[in-house]
Design a protein around this ligand. Structure first.
Ligand code: HMG
Ligand code: MG
Length: 304
């Protein structure tokens, strides 16, 4: 019998770092991304070509992309909010881009100075050009369950925005629990709404772990049929425009979970622990979720 598998999208270099206040040297970002590829990741969101005023930490996106030794078979993607970002991403030779909007106008206005409808007007030329260039476009729907300003979001509303992104030409849409307040029943309701629209096989889960519900939400989504999950090495992350957003669910926690379930991720737990640990001197604190701590304790017991 073939082993079931999931695809992990490593968002540590983008979502993970974007909220860090201390500037991280470009070389450390490059080494982080290279270590994540060496750990077995095949999809890495490596940068964001957004306004440097909006996210100063990622202002060196071009230098990061150009500094990388790229591994065969790895897709290096980047966030782009508009045509300017798309052009810069292409010039830096990204393999795939991601456009991002939200299920709440208030959050989207804070994050990108555009309503949901206005963001679609911005994306239309980006996606059209990407199609001409043969570049795949991923979509994000932030605040897919709860908005920090508007409160709970109806599942139908989030699923509707996801469907619009797919209709526009995105090959996949990542559903973001931006502030990590969703619990498994919320996830099930959202995925039911996606199933009703016939888009369940093209959605991914992006769960922030602010309240410690990330792994439970991934499990609920996996049980509902989702097979693509975003995760961040070290559990880093958060959106500067979403008050109360904690880090993403840690890659280490998902690799450990799926390893224990016999589900293939292709990613090596110990190698991700080391990749995240290497950032600690730059960000000035220790990182890693529960599984990273358990892994380190087991290594100490084994004398490794
Ligand atoms: P704006 O100020 O409305 O845009 O920002 P503008 O077109 O008026 O341009 C203003 C200035 O920005 C100009 O420069 C432009 O050239 C420059 P100035 O003349 O003032 O010197 N500019 C750019 N520079 C570089 N790259 C660009 C770019 N575009 C304009 N692409 C804009 C609108 C969308 C650009 C801005 O608000 C922005 O960049 N926002 C991004 C915010 C962001 O990155 N948030 C975090 C990522 S989303 C997230 O974390 C959620 C997610 O993880 C899922 C989840 O968890 O839910 C994906
Ligand atoms: Mg996020």
């Amino acid at each position: 019998m073939t082993r079931p598998e999931v695809s992990l999208v490593e968002v540590g270099p983008r979502d993970g770092l974007q909220n860090e206040k201390t500037p991280i040297p470009t070389g450390a970002k490059v080494r982080f991304i290279e270590a994540l590829a060496a750990a077995g990741h095949r999809r890495i969101e490596a940068a964001a070509f957004v306004s440097p005023k909006a996210v100063p930490q990622l202002a060196d996106a071009t230098a990061v992309m150009m500094g990388l030794s790229r591994a065969d078979g790895v897709v290096y993607s980047a966030l782009v909010p508009n045509e300017k970002g798309y052009e810069a991403a292409r010039a830096a030779d990204v393999d795939e881009v991601a456009v991002f909007t939200a299920a709440s106008d208030t959050f989207n206005l804070r994050n990108t100075h555009a309503t949901i409808d206005a963001s679609f007007e911005r994306f239309a030329p980006v996606v059209a050009q990407a199609v001409r260039d043969g570049v795949r476009v991923r979509g994000y729907v932030s605040t897919a369950v709860v908005c920090p300003f508007e409160g709970p979001i109806a599942p139908e509303r989030a699923a509707g925005v996801a469907e619009r992104l797919l209709d526009l030409g995105c090959f996949e849409v990542s559903l973001g629990d931006t502030i990590g307040k969703a619990v498994p029943p919320d996830v099930v309701r959202l995925l039911d709404a996606c199933r009703a629209r016939g888009i369940l096989d093209r959605v991914a889960g992006h769960f922030h772990d602010t309240w410690g519900f990330g792994v439970a939400n991934v499990m609920a989504a996996f049980d509902a049929g989702v097979r693509v999950f975003d995760a961040s090495a070290g559990g880093l992350g958060g959106c500067p425009y979403a008050p109360g957003a904690g880090g993403n669910v840690a890659t280490e926690d998902l690799v450990a979970l799926f390893d224990a379930l016999g589900v293939r991720t292709g990613v090596d737990l110990g190698a991700v622990v080391s990749a995240a640990e290497a950032l600690e001197t730059h960000i000035g604190r220790s990182v890693g979720g529960r599984a990273a701590a358990a892994w380190k304790a087991a290594c100490r017991r084994d004398g490794g």
